[in-house]
Design a protein. Structure first.
Length: 86
């Protein structure tokens, strides 16, 4: 699981061009938006597209459940794992 955590952290850094951040700077439970990593809605869109392409998962941008999956690294990992096991 830690490998998937690191993959997702690397993806966030690469896709969103967060040059001053390393994977060690991203807390697995910290919020990705607002006071946490400080991502915004455009970042969410870009991250969603990257997750769909890399992990072949389905996302519904209008779904409250999808929004909850974008809360933290751990929740993104749970989303990817749940859809890959199907």
């Amino acid at each position: 699981m830690s490998n998937l955590i690191n993959e997702i952290k690397h993806m966030i850094i690469d896709v969103l061009v967060l040059e001053d951040i390393s994977i060690d700077d991203i807390d697995n439970d910290a919020p990705l938006f607002g006071d946490g990593l400080g991502l915004d809605s455009i970042d969410a869109l870009e991250l969603g597209v990257a997750l769909k392409k890399r992990y072949h998962i389905q996302l519904n941008a209008e779904s409250e459940e999808t929004k909850q999956h974008f809360r933290s690294i751990n929740s993104l990992v749970a989303l990817v794992q749940s859809q890959q096991s199907v």
